[in-house]
Design a protein around this ligand. Structure first.
Ligand code: ATR
Length: 275
């Protein structure tokens, strides 16, 4: 069945780049479907609004924070990864049921070069900063890739809950241990929101004795180079921001709905960077 109408829903959703990404592919492929939209949806009336969007002909919805958990809860059928993360970022509205999936972890994995996975993640010490919604997908993904994951969060209890929920045999790191673990890690990823606001600095790590071969990833893509990445670059480390992950999770949703494999072309990356 052709899915004609798609959109991203959020609260708020105004700054989402998803329309630019999906519409780039829709146009590039010449698909005869409606442009991808963005729609604000209030969490308090989530289910009614989903039903109303379905009546309006929407067949595919991306879901952003803070609606991913509600989206999971109202889905009739959910994928394995969605169940594990208890969150859905991709809804497919069928005639009699709603399917919930989560493409964030796959988006993160697909954003990584094979070399980085082999040399910096598989069987290596990896460190995740933060224990929010995006940390869940990243920890799940790193564990799937064979990384030994440890987690640091300002609120340690949240890190503990996350590891328990994902059945990962690891423990949260305390502040006193953090720099030592970071210095022996091969892959470090920031999933906290620190550094997103202008003038805000992420000083969680000192970067003083990080190994030269360590790969530094920040999920933040605006600014293009966060203060966290700036520090890593100043140390000569390899870095990556979150734009590729954003595109790759969108590509996975696109494939679920339209059964077409799309990619993060240089043209698309430049388009998004210019916005
Ligand atoms: P997302 O869905 O993007 O992951 P989130 O669920 O709100 O967003 O999680 C935000 C993360 O950033 C959390 O790990 C949060 O730490 P707490 O769990 O202690 O709240 C972290 N974070 C936000 N502001 C922070 C700050 N000023 N210092 C350290 N960590 C911060």
């Amino acid at each position: 069945m052709v899915i004609d109408k798609t959109a991203v829903i959020g609260f708020p959703v105004d700054h989402s780049l998803s329309p630019a990404i999906h519409n780039y592919w829709i146009k590039k492929l010449g698909l005869d479907i409606k442009p991808y939209e963005k729609i604000n949806v209030n969490p308090n009336t989530f289910e009614e609004q989903i039903n109303s969007l379905k009546q309006d002909g929407f067949g595919g919805l991306n879901v952003t924070v803070p609606l991913k958990e509600i989206a999971f809860n109202i889905s009739d059928e959910t994928s394995g990864v969605s169940k594990k993360l208890r969150s859905a970022n991709t809804l497919t509205l069928g005639s009699d049921k709603i399917n919930g999936d989560n493409t964030d972890a796959a988006g993160f994995i697909n954003s990584l070069d094979k070399k980085t996975i082999e040399e910096n993640i598989a069987n290596k010490k990896t460190l995740v900063l933060g224990a929010g919604g995006s940390a869940r997908s990243v920890v799940y993904a790193l564990n799937q890739l064979g990384g030994h994951v440890r987690l640091f969060n300002r609120t340690t209890e949240k890190a503990e809950i996350l590891l328990n929920d994902l059945s990962i045999n690891s423990s949260p790191i305390g502040t006193e241990e953090l720099d030592d673990y970071a210095n022996s890690s091969s892959f470090i990823v920031n999933t906290t929101s620190l550094g997103q606001k202008a003038g805000e600095h992420n000083n969680i790590l000192s970067f003083e004795n990080i190994k030269t071969e360590t790969f530094i990833y920040d999920l933040i893509y605006n600014p293009k180079r966060s203060s966290f990445l700036e520090k890593a670059v100043a140390k000569g480390l390899k870095v990556q921001n979150g734009l590729r992950m954003l595109i790759e999770q969108a590509a996975c949703s696109f494939q679920i709905w339209h059964e077409i494999k799309v990619d993060a072309s240089d043209e698309l990356i430049s388009l998004l960077e210019s916005m």
